[in-house]
Design a protein around this ligand. Sequence first.
Ligand code: FEO
Ligand code: CA
Ligand code: CA
Length: 631
Amino acid sequence: MEKNEEISFDDFDELVNPKPEENDFDRILEVALTRRGLLKSVVAVGSLAALGSAATLTPSEAIAATNRFAFDAIDANTLDDITVPAGYSAQVVTRWGDPLWSDSIEFNHATRGSAESQARTFGDNIDGMEVFAHGDKTLMVVNNEYTNRTTIWGNRAEGKFETDDDILKGKMAHGLTVVEIAQSDDGEWGVVVDSPYNRRVTPDTAMEMTGPAAGHDLLKTEADPEGKTPLGTYNNCGNGSTPWGTYLACEENFNGYFSAADEAHEVSPELQRYGVSASDWGYGWAKIDDRFEVSKSPNEPNRHGYVVEIDPRLPDSAPKKRSALGRFKHENAELVVNNDGRVVVYMGDDERGEFLYRYVSNGVFAPGGETDSLLEDGKLYAAKFADTGEGEWLELNPETSGMASMAEVCIHARIAASTVGATTMDRPEWVTANPNAPEVYCALTNNKNRGIKPNAGGDETPAGGPNPREENLYGQVVRWRPNGGDHTSNEFSWDLYVMAGNPKIHSDANAGSENISEANMFNSPDGLKFDSNGVLWIQTDGNYTNAEAFEGHGNNQMLAGDPVTGEIRRFLVGPNECEVTGLTWSPDKRTMFVGIQHPGEKGNSHWPEGGDAVPRSAVLAIKRDDGGLVG
Ligand code: FEO
Ligand code: CA
Ligand code: CA
């Protein structure tokens, strides 16, 4: 079966790996009835309580909170352009296909490049990103999550590859790009062409596997009989960073690149749980690389689905796959140094009905000390939320999962989390920790299957707890506070920061929580990141039809949220058919960098160049016109 552009990755996974249909009418009815009561209690302990706290602020606290937003909200729109508030300006720093070296080939709008040009230019579809100060240099690392076939092969009939070079061009558009960036005399940011730090990390780059899974039989292949040196990273979605100066790239939909020439080939149940099948998503990698022919390389998919640590200061270093953080469809990795020095990483698995995870290191972080073991040696947990507003982290280990080793637990983390009874979530996307309080937020983007059908492992997905709406179209942001402010505590309390919705057309729960109005409505929160002042930035990857259930939402956007008052204001609207994702700041906090992914994914954008130009994913630099701080 072939995936077309109109169908989402999750929908395609469901088509090729159909899940059991729900047919127990009595149970559905019971869930529906329970849901009505639950929704009230969730809203009571959730967003309404958060908003209620605004009323109890002292006047000076209220003013301080209001002043967090140094801009006037902008309206939703459907322009093929970037819109930012008055007093702010946005410029393009770099785009898909821009040269990294002086001998790189410039982007060609007619051919959209070749494998050779793509391998030495900026990758496609920008996602997670981070900026690092390194001496007097500014280094930027950017995920290039995937490529839109009808865009990159838009020079071919029907937007499909025709040659092996076309396939390799698509492959080289994936991975990451590391660049040195600098400001010109007039303050414009750009790439330092020929910087020794510039680097492409691709699906073919040599890597090192670390942690419990390294060397396990499930990771051994003909090309790597020791199971320790996988090649490549791809479909890197969100990101994280460490206090020791490294970048964390998170492998998400790795399954969609594997296929078998024999369409009837059946993969193992474990691979099916991760969505691997005989059909890929139309990228064709197996036609040029046997690693992706799953009948020949059945262990290759076990070597992907990890958090990958990359040191941008060492352009020749092998990235390290951190198996201790579990294998699943990683969205991002939010690293917090706990009060006792242990490293805690919060991570979402972005698929309908999958789980939220936490990793806790055994060792402690000390500036200047050894850091290599901190992401190799620790404990892995999955979250269980109770409807009461409490929750707990359930440890995943051989005893709790019934698996033979910690290696298996890490490789099959989804299956271990199902075994311990973790809570099925509405597609956990980015997680971010408040720098001013021991609390953590996660975007639950949407889940049309909530209350309708089980997840890929057969776990039921009743509406309730932090996932209160059946057939959830709009998404919500959940937050939790670890007991005693200790991120290693296994207990937490939770509430909902916001339920997105549409108050223009709904008056029930689909209107959203009380901090949503016709002035700030949005759908499908995805990117989520606190700035250093404690403003919560929310980026969307949702429905941009601006019609019916989404009337008034406009194009995808970025909003700022106040964690104390619950106020949310729209800051940026992206061009047509894009997703806004990836956010970081310059070391002096006077520039905010924002990623624009897949503009014109259905063929209706020429951003950023306009005219007849091919739309190109790009990194924006946004500054205040008065040169003030932006984060
Ligand atoms: Fe790549 Fe979950 O978004
Ligand atoms: Ca995302
Ligand atoms: Ca998304």
